[in-house]
Design a protein around this ligand. Structure first.
Ligand code: 3H9
Length: 693
């Protein structure tokens, strides 16, 4: 038919085979091929039924996302799917791998669906800031009812074949060879004269919803409360509502309009940017092509504190055996007990049984001696941030670890090169900086020391990916990328407080921007003492107000008082006149003139200071790409995805505008760190963008 689509005929069954590696994305050539194939087999008197099958590892994984930045090319996907559905001969989808987005919509356009038991399927468009744009919001509600469809469409999470069978999405699940199973199903459909099922004509489930819209509306409202600031989930719900209230053709026309609207908007551009940025971040440009990640079957984690425990859980969750080592017996006992408690809490919340807990806990063994690292392929040190202690541990590891083991440190600030110098094998030493809580946050900053070898680097990246994390390679400097930018923001938070912004106003500016919590509420939750100790270790004076609060014993939520007040265990903070007085006094002592500060100014000052630090980080080569910085902030610090990361956001505003505002703010505040970084100034002068570097 075309370069990517062909037809093979076996015993009266036409098998339309697409081969468009790596994921059979529905590119223009594939769409064209599928359309022509259906026309051809329909006209062929020797064909009685059709199977739609994909070569390689997966059924269609969706529309070709790379095409979204270009004008649409005919036939568009909805035309192809409508043509498949209109076919007068039975059409069977043979689903294996991941049938996602437009790929799942193709399956919904088929008359029958057979899936491999290991297959997954769903509509992840919302995660790209989109809605399913080729009939998904109209056909799925007709098949499984609007509320269940809404769950899948608004979450974007795929379901396994077993669940799909329960939901009535697939007609059959099989093990073994999907192609022959689908051919057998097609033969059965012909032999038994199964009536052709066109979902666009189903109405039973919608009629019930139409009779009483209230349950749907309540369900939609509940789902959307968790999607604040995002356009796509709301529009997904609008489109599913249309499925209930409008005829199929009208609902589909509107769905296409919604799709174009979202596709052309900045939120979807931001989320598509993040999709590709996450994948690009896993590449190290100078890595030789033949370096492959080493095998990691045994992991040892040193330090049974919160971080070490969380890291142990990451590997246990992925089915990898972990030894959790702490030389203090009490700390080890407490750490293991905390892990068990954590699993029990997750199990209770998600309805998992005792077996589930036992399986994970069973993968983690405690040990009190460093000698337990002997068999480990990967050793992650997660002890207190103390260089002398880390030096001692790495010298011991050099003696005890097997040759070729990866020696990783989870330090968040200390110099990885200095740590590596404690060993005679610095080429095997690398940073693996997890973010708290380690079992939840996806980011891992993989810190490449001056002497880190490619093999160690490739293994650290590979294993991070294998356990579901988003690894980003960074260079050595204080705070690496994420924390260094965080400190740049903290510095401005503190200065804004002194200059007259209320703690509540600062938090509100950031939540209005899209962060789930403001920076001061986060400090109160994490514990002001935690940052205070880290700053003391580092000799940092960037946060005098937080330091003063810590010295007063105001550690945040755990003491009922921090930047905000938490009466009787409240989780939402209230303004505290004592804090306002403290800040006013400190401003007076420093001779800072206080003034009214608008929400816009707070937002600009905090965000642009981060962008400025990001520019310095890029210039120094600490991050390889602007998009790597975006991934770090989205996956490590909850940067709102609709803004695509700080550097993507900066490109939307323009380097010129940001540099000009920073120059003004540097002048008015007297803070030289706000002066535009040379790279930002250059981009401003040349009309350049971080994304184009
Ligand atoms: C849609 O369908 C809209 C429709 O409703 C309406 C249309 C009108 N396009 O992730 P991997 C690339 S929206 C282009 O590393 P894995 C990916 O960039 C779409 N490229 O593999 C990478 O390239 P590279 C809805 C794509 O095994 C390579 O393939 N669908 C696409 O870990 C391998 O990818 C989705 O959102 C694509 N659709 O995971 C599904 N997908 O090697 C998006 C992948 O150059 N895809 N690439 O870096 C995925 O979730 C995962 O890729 C998948 C495989 C689970 C399929």
């Amino acid at each position: 038919m075309t370069q990517t689509v062909g037809i093979e005929i076996e015993d009266g069954i036409a098998i339309v085979v697409t081969d468009n590696p790596p994921v059979n994305a529905l590119s223009a050539d594939v769409r064209n091929g599928l359309f022509k194939a259906i026309e051809t087999v329909e006209a062929d008197a020797n064909v009685e039924a059709v199977v739609i099958h994909c070569a390689g590892r997966t059924f269609f994984a969706g529309a070709d996302i790379r095409e979204f930045d270009k004008p649409p090319v005919s036939p568009v996907l909805s035309e192809v799917i409508d043509r498949i559905e209109a076919c007068t001969k039975p059409v069977v989808a043979a689903m294996h791998g991941t049938a996602l987005g437009g790929g799942f919509e193709v399956a919904l356009g088929c008359h029958f669906r057979v899936a491999l038991a290991s297959a997954k399927m769903g509509l992840p468009e919302v995660k790209l800031g989109l809605l399913p744009g080729a009939g998904g919001t109209q056909r799925l509600p007709r098949l499984i009812g609007p509320q269940k469809a809404l769950d899948m469409i608004v979450s974007g999470d795929p379901v396994g074949a077993g669940k799909a069978l329960d939901l009535g999405i697939v007609d059959n699940t099989v093990d073994g060879d999907i192609r022959s199973a689908a051919v057998a199903f097609a033969k059965k459909a012909v032999a038994e004269g199964l009536p052709i099922r066109r979902l666009s004509m189903f109405d039973e489930r919608l009629a019930a919803a139409r009779a009483d819209m209230a349950p749907f509306e309540e369900h939609a409202a509940a789902l959307l409360t968790r999607k604040r600031g995002l356009d796509a989930p709301r529009i997904c719900a609008d489109s599913v509502r249309n499925a209930i209230t409008l005829p199929f053709a009208e609902g589909s026309r509107k769905e296409r309009e919604f799709f174009m609207h979202l596709k052309n908007g900045v939120q979807s551009a931001a989320q598509r940017h993040l999709f590709f940025a996450e994948r690009t971040a896993q590449r190290v440009d100078d890595m030789p092509k033949d370096v492959r990640p080493g095998k990691v079957e045994q992991v040892a984690v040193i330090g049974a504190g919160t971080m070490g425990g969380g890291i142990a859980m990451v590997f246990a969750n992925a089915g990898i055996a972990v030894t959790l080592i702490d030389v203090q017996a009490e700390a080890l006992k407490r750490g293991l007990a905390n892990i068990e408690k954590n699993y029990a809490r997750t199990a209770a919340r998600s309805g998992k049984g005792d077996d589930w807990i036992a399986e994970r806990v069973g993968r983690i063994t405690g040990a009190e001696s460093l000698e337990a690292v002997a068999q480990a392929d990967l050793i992650i040190e997660a002890v207190f941030e103390d260089m002398a202690l880390k030096h001692k541990i790495f010298a011991d590891l050099d003696r005890l670890a097997k040759p070729g083991a990866i020696l990783a440190t989870n330090t968040s600030t200390l110099d990885v090169d200095e740590i590596a110098a404690a060993t005679k094998r610095p080429e095997w030493v690398v940073g693996m900086h997890f973010f708290s809580p380690a079992n939840v946050m996806r980011l891992v900053e993989v810190v490449r020391g001056r002497k880190t070898g490619f093999q160690a680097l490739a293994t650290a990246i590979g294993i991070s990916r294998a356990v579901g994390k988003a690894p980003v390679t960074v260079g050595v400097c204080f705070g690496f990328v994420g924390n260094r930018m965080l400190y740049a923001r903290t510095r401005q938070v503190e200065r804004l407080l002194l200059e007259g912004a209320a703690p509540q106003a600062i938090d509100k500016a950031m939540t209005d921007f899209g962060f789930a919590m403001g920076p001061l509420a986060v400090s109160d939750l994490a514990g002001i003492d935690v940052g205070w100790r880290a700053r003391q270790q580092a000799g940092s004076k960037i946060a005098p107000i937080a330091d003063a609060l810590a010295e007063m014993g105001r550690y945040g939520q755990k003491t009922g008082k921090g930047f905000h007040l938490y009466p009787e265990g409240a989780r939402r903070g209230e303004p505290d006149p004592e804090v306002d007085a403290l800040i006013a006094r400190m401003a007076g002592e420093r001779g800072v003139k206080r003034r009214e500060i608008s929400s816009e100014e707070i937002t600009e000052r905090l965000i642009y200071a981060m962008v400025n630090e990001g520019a310095r980080i890029l210039e120094e080569g600490i991050a390889a790409r602007a998009s790597d910085i975006d991934i770090i902030w989205v996956f490590g610090y909850g940067w709102p995805v609709q803004h695509g990361g700080p550097m993507f956001h900066a490109d939307q505003i323009g380097a010129g505008m940001i540099a000009a505002r920073l120059a003004q703010m540097a002048e008015s505040s007297g803070d030289e760190t706000l002066a535009p970084a040379p790279l930002l100034a250059r981009l401003a002068a040349e009309g350049g963008a971080f994304g184009k570097l």
